[in-house]
Ligand binder design. Structure first.
Ligand SMILES: Nc1nc2c(ncn2[C@@H]2O[C@H](COP(=O)(O)OP(=O)(O)OP(=O)(O)O)[C@@H](O)[C@H]2O)c(=O)[nH]1
Ligand SMILES: [Mg+2]
Length: 342
């Protein structure tokens, strides 16, 4: 039995929950975290679902038989959803193999096999953990990196909200001392989310982190989120700067940073993949946050990142609101994309 079959029941269950929430017009605050996931993934993946999945169904209707032309159209459809050329090719190889082996001729049935194989990309191979590595003692330090405008500061604000809601004491440190307005922007998020704050403009980022961590330890903070500048000057400079920051962090808090999350804007598509590859060479990235998935029909990028970059997606951004950052969950993702197929 394929994975899609296994998830089908769950998709149906989530659809029912979603319908009930709609009918009763329940506000977001009244929902459980699981229900929120369902609603927010549903809405945030709407664009990808509408384009990619509906085209997939149409393809199945236009071709009754699995022909070369069918494969060609499928290939361009997958590439359009930003699953990535390399991923698409190996995917198509496996699909052709299965079609032959299982003697599949019906394109409508094939859709289920396609979805099945798409999950496999994510699920198979090395199991990457999407959990955040929390410190067993002292503050957990999470460093956020990424090029400009991808959503680093906003993501920190959303994470701060999430951890605050979980009853944790949070501190935000503004080590983006470069861009005008970056420090007050983060400070505003600290105010909105009940977090402590440390930041200083026009100074050395490592120095700010140093002073911030001293305060974080004094205040017995549980989680420290560090914002960094987004400029990707040249690689060597960035590497040196990150190394300096890492040294300072490690000196203060053993084994920190516990996470270095690379933020990628999903609307930039394959460019985001190149960024992930570049950053991976520069520093020890432990996970990806994929933002703005709500603004693109290219939600397939999650799969491309897993297969081509080999880093786990830990969070996804599905909107601008504070609740719109969700832990990445493959089942919710599958639900959000393929709920109309069951
Ligand atoms: N729709 C949508 N917008 C988002 C999401 N995440 C961030 N944004 C928006 O993206 C824009 C840039 O976000 P910032 O958090 O300022 O990005 P940054 O990486 O800190 O930018 P710099 O500090 O200039 O490098 C803002 O308008 C955010 O509201 C998301 O998941 N969905
Ligand atoms: Mg910023």
């Amino acid at each position: 039995m394929g994975l899609f079959q296994k998830f089908k029941e769950k998709i149906i269950g989530k659809k029912e929950v979603s319908l009930e929430i709609q009918e009763k017009e329940k506000p977001l605050e009244k929902l459980t975290e699981e229900e929120k996931d369902t609603v927010i993934y549903d809405k945030g993946l709407e664009k990808t679902r509408k384009e990619f999945v509906s085209e997939l169904s149409l393809l199945g209707k236009r071709y009754t038989k699995v022909t070369e032309d069918y494969y060609e159209e499928l290939e361009s459809l997958l590439i359009k959803a930003d699953i990535g050329v390399k991923t698409v090719f190996s995917f198509l190889d496996r699909l052709r193999h299965r079609v032959k082996h299982e003697n599949i001729t019906d394109t409508v049935f094939l859709n289920e096999v396609i979805v099945d194989e798409l999950f496999m990309i994510y699920v198979e191979g090395e199991s990457l953990t999407d959990k955040i590595n929390m410190a067993s003692e002292g503050p957990t330090v999470i460093l956020m990196v990424g090029v400009n405008g991808v959503g680093k500061t906003t993501t920190i604000g959303k994470l701060s909200h999430k951890y605050h809601e979980e009853g944790k004491k949070v501190m935000l440190i503004a080590a983006d001392t470069f861009r005008a307005g970056a420090v007050p922007q983060l400070e505003e998020w600290a105010h909105r989310t009940g977090a402590l704050f440390y930041g200083k403009e026009n100074t050395d980022p490592a120095g700010v982190i140093y002073d911030g961590l001293v305060q974080a330890k004094e205040a017995n903070v549980d989680i420290v989120l560090i914002d960094t500048a987004g400029r990707l000057q040249n690689k060597v400079n960035l590497m040196n700067e990150l190394e300096k920051m890492n040294k300072v962090i490690g000196k203060h808090v053993p084994n920190a940073p516990h996470e270095t999350l690379l933020i990628i804007d999903a609307t930039t598509g394959q460019n985001g993949i190149s960024q992930a590859e570049a950053f991976k060479e520069i520093t020890n990235i432990t996970g990806i946050v994929l933002t703005k998935l709500d603004g693109t029909a290219k939600g397939g990028i999650v799969l491309a990142i897993k297969e081509t970059v080999g880093l786990p997606v830990k969070f996804i951004g599905l909107g601008e609101g504070m609740e719109d950052l969700r832990s990445f969950d493959i089942e919710d993702y599958i639900y959000g994309l393929f709920k109309d197929m069951v």
